[in-house]
Design a protein around this ligand. Sequence first.
Ligand SMILES: [Zn+2]
Length: 408
Amino acid sequence: MSNPDRIAWADVEPRVDIAAVATNLLGPAEGRRSAELLWRCPWHDDRKPSFSVNPTKRRAFCNPCGLSLDAPALVMRVLGIDFPSAVCFLAELAGVTPPPRKPPPSPPRDHADFARDAYHRLWTPAGRDARDYLHRRGLADETIRTARLGFAVHPWKWEGKRLKLSVPAVTIPWFDRGAVPRIKIRRIDSDVDKCRSLGPSKPPLLFPDVRIVAGATVAIVEGELDALLLGQALEGIATVATLGAAQAEPNAAILERLIAAKAILAAQDADEAGDKAAAMWTALRRSIVRVRPPVGKDWGDVHTWEVDIRRWWIDRLEGDANPPLFAWAELSSWRWGPSRDDRLGGIDFKPPKSIHAEPDRPDDQTPAPLAASEPSPVHAPSAIVTPASGPDHLFAIETCKPTNYCGR
Ligand SMILES: [Zn+2]
């Protein structure tokens, strides 16, 4: 090794088994053709395994994509890392003594570049599953493009320094005055262990990077995709944002951005963590109002249940000049029952055929049955809680300029 600080590819190359590299990155081979191992290509819509790895030639090929990759190129392409990091990764894998200074595959240093690559990849055939995932979450192409969402195969599970699993994931860039300080990475193949973050989780930022105009109605939700979904549904009615997690507390800078808002609605998930987060917000200011998703756990669930979200909000917030004041206990007892007020409960909740399971609910409730075959519609119970002295004018929504989504 010529440079003690840096591992040279020439030193690693003879020890690298490209089939082992591909297995590490892509999982077990899906087929074999004489000496070649076959996978479905990660970069095009591949029905039959056409991504081949030839250990003798020490290269990986995909004809439809016109690819011929050596081991470092394969690692760089799958993990989105630079050449030196790829060589370090291969050295680790081959058992070559690593250099004294790091790194195995580090997240790309420049988040903006990573986000941009992922954004472009989303709209290639390789991004089809990710696009399908985002569409299932209710996001329109325009929303996806405006938020610069992307697709990446991301290193996920490690055993020591060895990569055990890389997964297909959606990338969600957080913009802040033109920079990308954080990227949330949400895997699309599983709801378990579903998120990673590049960049610091503190200090709190607002997603999307919205400008909150004077007099705006602002809804705070838990997750980025919910913020985009609700922002899309409420365009022109309310600005929707998240701090990225239920428990994230707004710092002074965020409160300053929110100060122009006429009304703030705590629209976190309908579960214990969401209620707790909402309680934290409503305690900040008496005028902050809790709005619980009417079915399921979050706004993604509400979409899945084919509720017209925009209409639901307008019914709740605009059509009711004199809203009743609900207590928490009252709310939870209503949530699964029929509405006491048909004018409020005008939306029929018919679960789509694909849904058979009941949505999550807090354990202390006895829910009304919500079977998929339920013939009579379950009406939307009212889900607005106001503080005991909540001013009624909060519910009159003025149209504000749509400031949703990031401004790039
Ligand atoms: Zn291909």
